[in-house]
Each structure stands twice: as C-alpha cells, then as structure tokens.
Design a protein around this ligand. Structure first.
Ligand code: SF4
Ligand code: SF4
Ligand code: FES
Length: 260
C-alpha cells in the first residue's frame, strides 16, 4: 500500500477553474474534510508551491447539514462521510478527485450557492402555519404508515445531490427539481400544513413544476438519505391531475388526500 495519495481539486472562481493536485499522507480512516483541513494547515501543492488554501464548506460532520456536498470521484455526495480508505485506489494513480457541483452558481473552489433550493422551498410553502402558541391539546392522529413516509421525507438536508444528478436541471430549464417535490409531499401529508395543498399543487402545475421531470430516476439513486423521490414525484403527479379536474369542475380536494 502506498503511503501517500493525491487529492486533485478542481478549483478557482467562475470562468477561471483549473485542477490542482496535493500529495497527502494516506490515513484510511480520515474523511475528505480532514484531508481538506490538512491542506489548509499546509497549503502547498504537489509541486511544493505555496498556494491559497482550498475554500470549502462543512458544518455538522455527520451527513445532516448537507453543506459539504461536492463531486467526489465524479459522484455527488458529502465530503464528511467519504472515507479516504474507500476512495483511494478506485481511480487511476492513487488519486481522489474533488469538484464543486455544476448545477449551482460557483462561489469559489468547492463552494457553490445552493440558495435556489431554499427559494424553491419557499415557493412550495414547505412549512406548517402556526396560529399563535396556545395549547390546543393533542393534534390529529397520524397513521403509522404515513408517519413512516413523512419521517423518510423529513430527512432531506437540501444537499443538492439529486439536483446535481438530474438531467432536467440545466441552464435551459426552470424545473424545480426532486427535493422541493419531495418536500411538497411531506407538507401535504401534515395534518395542519395540508391546508396549503391546493396552493402547492398550483406551484407544481405552473412552468418549472412537476412536468419538468423526465423520469430519468437519477435523483433517487444518488440521494444519500435514500428518500423515495420517485414515489413523491408520482404522488404529486396524481395530485396535480386531480387538482386540474377540481379547478375545471369545482369539486373539493378530498379525492387527492392520501389516507391520514
Ligand atoms: S426522475 Fe429524473 S428527471 Fe425526474 S427529478 Fe429525478 S432525476 Fe430528475
Ligand atoms: S432529496 Fe436527498 S439528494 Fe435531494 S436534497 Fe434531499 S437529501 Fe439531498
Ligand atoms: S458537514 Fe454536514 S453533511 Fe457534511
């Protein structure tokens, strides 16, 4: 086993990116964030030249905040749970490649601006309206199978891996993407937040909504939380169909409600 490996980083600012290699001691239990920390302490590239430390983000270090998401050996994932020992040797020349996501505006080096995702959550009103803080007693019961679906959807950390992998997210499209669709389903299943379901359906029916999905299914494959994104997309597709009939014929939304 070699004692060092090369971390090759696609770095720079918008329009001025280049690959730069760093030689690091191999410690298999380190994660990619520890490797980047090491470069920050000793910012010398493979040729021994002093360079600016690499810009990257991290927060929770336990795959919960999503801030460290990037392309690692070409795959969208979190740097904090990517172990060096599992990555070295997969590519040629004992090299691990790191690059920023390509579907979001680049800020610098490995940092991108994911604010589109948060703006989309606002668009679909991904929240529960709170009416004062009076104790009104226990809320309505939620069936265990719905709890299970909601729990899984609630683990979304807005990391952006699904958008990065989705071919429908590109400069020519205004598709809202699978994460916001899954959160639409999460809040449509909430006993209080479901009141906003018609508004959410109308967002999904508008340009950039559910119709933008080409059913390539890449999103679910890369989601680190294994969120059932394809089920969410299918359910929202059914909801908007019923909503469009409801808009034409004026019947209520009961028909679109899943068992609650
Ligand atoms: S199913 Fe395909 S097109 Fe639809 S959101 Fe997922 S990756 Fe994108
Ligand atoms: S659905 Fe999965 S891949 Fe997409 S943002 Fe949420 S956690 Fe990340
Ligand atoms: S640091 Fe939070 S997901 Fe990696």
């Amino acid at each position: 086993m070699r004692e060092t490996y090369i971390l090759k980083v696609y770095r720079g600012t918008p329009g001025r990116q280049h690959w730069e290699g760093f030689e690091l001691p191999r410690r298999d239990s380190d994660n990619v964030i520890s490797a980047l920390d090491e470069i920050r302490l000793h910012p010398f590239n493979k040729q021994g030249k002093a360079v600016a430390p690499i810009a990257y983000e991290s927060g929770c270090l336990e795959e919960v905040c999503g801030s460290c998401s990037m392309l690692i050996n070409g795959r969208p994932r979190q740097a904090c749970t990517a172990l060096i020992g599992k990555l070295v040797g997969i590519t040629e020349e004992n090299t691990i490649t790191l690059a920023p996501f390509t579907k979001f505006p680049l800020v610098r080096d490995l940092i991108v601006d994911r604010s589109k995702m948060f703006a989309d959550l606002k668009k679909v009103q991904a929240w529960v309206e709170v009416d004062q803080t009076i104790d009104r007693g226990p809320g309505p019961k939620v069936f265990p199978d719905i709890q299970e679906i909601r729990y899984s959807l609630s683990t979304c950390m807005t990391c952006g891996c699904c958008l990065e992998a989705c071919p429908q997210i590109n400069p020519r499209s205004n598709f809202i993407g699978p994460a916001a669709i899954s959160q639409t389903r999460l809040f449509n299943l909430h006993p209080v937040a479901k009141e906003k379901k018609p508004e959410r359906n109308h967002v999904m029916m508008s340009p950039g909504g559910i119709e933008g999905c080409g059913n390539a299914q890449n999103c679910e494959r890369v989601c680190p939380k294994e969120i059932p994104l394809l089920d969410a997309i299918s359910q929202i597709g059914r909801d908007v169909t019923v909503q469009s009939f409801s808009d034409i014929f004026g019947f209520g939304q009961k028909e679109t409600q899943e068992k609650e």
